[in-house]
Unconditional design. Structure first.
Length: 151
């Protein structure tokens, strides 16, 4: 997925099994953020930063949706534990991470494995990618500010 590309209409199912569609956000900006795993330190910091700034993001017309390959049940626990006000897509089939190009080989402590690259896509009011904040740029404790800069 590149700047200017239209995102797919069907994004997936949220923590409650409800379909999430691009058309749900027509006329609004969408911060679609991909993260590696529920309840890990970096992902929790990022989610809590977005939670703490959620009202400010909404006031600027920006909806937030998180995506990981964790299950709906895992997302429900993550949301409850951290009081997250936004939906999380359970991309267990890896359809969305692959469509957006954020699934690939990672390496930690010399071990190679497949995983999600922490990436945020800012989607404009027409459902097109307006900006991409890549894995090397994201600051998990200040991510809301990164999303609102240049908007």
């Amino acid at each position: 997925m590149n700047i200017g590309d239209k995102i797919p209409e069907i994004l997936g199912k949220d923590q409650d099994g409800k379909a999430v569609k691009a058309s749900d956000f027509a006329g609004k900006k969408l911060a679609l953020y991909f993260y590696p795993k529920d309840s890990t330190p970096g992902c929790t910091s990022e989610a809590c930063n977005l939670r703490d700034n959620y009202q400010a993001l909404m006031a600027r017309g920006i909806e937030v949706i998180g995506v990981s390959v964790d299950s709906e049940q895992s997302h429900k626990k993550f949301i409850a534990k951290n009081e997250l006000p936004f939906r999380l897509i359970a991309d267990t089939e890896k359809t969305l991470v692959q469509a957006f190009g954020v699934w690939g080989e990672k390496s930690m402590y010399g071990r190679k494995y497949m995983g999600t690259f922490r990436t945020t896509f800012i989607i404009d009011e027409e459902g097109k990618v307006e900006r991409i904040i890549g894995p090397k740029e994201i600051k998990v404790k200040d991510h809301a500010n990164q999303i609102t800069s240049n908007i």
